[in-house]
Structure formats: C-alpha cells, structure tokens
Design a protein around this ligand. Structure first.
Ligand code: PRP
Ligand code: URA
Length: 207
C-alpha cells in the first residue's frame, strides 16, 4: 500500500478556506467540489487501461480506454460531498453508498445503510470521505466492501490524522490511501486538530 499526501498550491488554498470556521456551507461545498476534481487526477493516475481500435476522421488508430469500471463509495453523510467532483471527471462511475455514524462516546463506527453496484469484484472501488480521524469508519467500510468481493480498493480523504493513517496501513495494507493534508493529532473528542470541524454538519448546515 502507498500513502500519498498531495501537496498542491490550489488544494492547500481551497482547504484553508474550508478550515476557516467563518466559511459558510455553500462555500464549503464549492471548495470541496473543486478539491475533489483536483484530487481525481492524482488518485486515478495508475488506473489500468487497454488498447482499443478506433478510426479518427483521418485514419484508423489504436487508443486507450479504462479497463475496469469505477465505483465510488461515499461514506455517509460527509462522503457525499466528494461525489459530485469525482463524477465531473469520471462521469461513468457508479456510486455505492454506505452509512456509518461514529458513536460520539466510543468513537466506534455504526453501520446503518449499505447499497452497492453488483460489479464490485471487477471494479476499481474508490472510497471517499473528507475526514480520516481514528480511521474506524473507513476501515469498517473497507471490511464491508471486501466481504462483498471488492479486490481493488482505494481510499481518498481530505484531512487525515496520524491515528487514522496507522489504522488503515495496519488493517488494510493492500489499500492505497490519498490525503490532501495530514494533520497533527486527534483531540480528546476524536476530532482532527487543526482539522475543519464536523465535516457532515458543515456540509449540510446541521451544526
Ligand atoms: C465523520 C466523517 C467520517 C468519520 C471519521 O462522520 O465523515 O466518516 O466521522 O471518523 P473516524 O475516522 O474516527 O471513524 P460522522 O460519523 O460524524 O457522520 P456524518 O458524516 O453523518 O456527520
Ligand atoms: N469527523 C469529522 O467530521 N471531523 C473530525 O475532525 C473527526 C471526525
């Protein structure tokens, strides 16, 4: 597995806007969309392609096309915020959903919903969630996907904590992890420091 932390001026600029506690929900979502589109380029750079014979207006030639379907899996709720940006760039991607709610006392994830496309075993599955804190929600999601036959899984988060990165590296060494930023630590309530607060609440205005 590889852990990649993207260090890109545009992403860093937009992420700072998202971190600012004075940023309103609509601007938060707009910047999340834009960061998602920028992250797609890095996350998909090793997708397998195959040759395809086509004819240009000038002559026959051999081009490339994606070999496998792509399935996005947002972890509800906040993961939904990354789907639009990814689908702008990969419009053929199917979307599976998994609902995970972190128990505020135990910090353990509780699954409340799951619905996936049938072709998980043949697909590149990209799990998306803005926050990787303890890593529990992402790890449980990957467990669930592996039980349903997914073999090629990537995890994409905006902001990660060292604790979450360690958990994914330990429990899912076969999964590539991409982050826009690696923050310092978790606080005693399990929030990422400095982080951006509760991503779901900020995205959907439920603070
Ligand atoms: C947040 C976030 C992740 C999870 C990260 O979701 O979107 O799914 O917490 O924490 P962890 O790495 O410690 O598991 P939350 O459970 O708050 O649900 P929400 O998206 O509905 O707000
Ligand atoms: N979930 C969030 O939304 N934010 C955090 O900082 C940690 C978990």
């Amino acid at each position: 597995m590889a852990t990649t932390i993207i260090d890109h001026p545009l992403i860093n600029h937009k992420l700072t806007i998202m971190r600012d506690k004075n940023t309103k929900s609509n601007i938060f979502k707009q910047n999340l969309d834009e960061i998602a589109m920028l992250m797609v380029y890095e996350v998909t750079k090793d997708l397998e392609v195959e040759d395809i014979e086509i004819e240009t207006p000038i002559c026959p030639t051999v081009g490339k096309q994606l070999k496998k379907p792509v399935v996005l899996v947002p972890i509800l709720r906040a993961g939904i915020g990354l789907v639009d940006g990814f689908r702008q760039i990969i419009p053929t991607a199917k979307v599976g959903h998994i609902g995970m709610s972190r128990n505020e006392e135990t910090l353990k994830p509780e699954e409340y919903y799951a619905k996936f496309p049938k072709d998980l075993p043949d697909a590149t599955v990209i799990v998306v969630d803005p926050m990787l804190a303890t890593g529990g929600s992402a790890s449980a999601t990957i467990d669930c996907l592996k039980k349903r036959g997914a073999k090629d899984i990537k995890l994409v988060c905006l902001v990660g904590a060292p604790e979450g990165v360690s958990l994914i590296e330990k429990e899912h060494p076969d999964v590539d992890l991409t982050l826009a930023a690696l923050d310092a630590k978790l606080n005693d309530k399990g929030y990422i420091v400095p982080g951006l607060g509760d991503a779901g609440d900020r995205l959907f205005g439920t603070e």
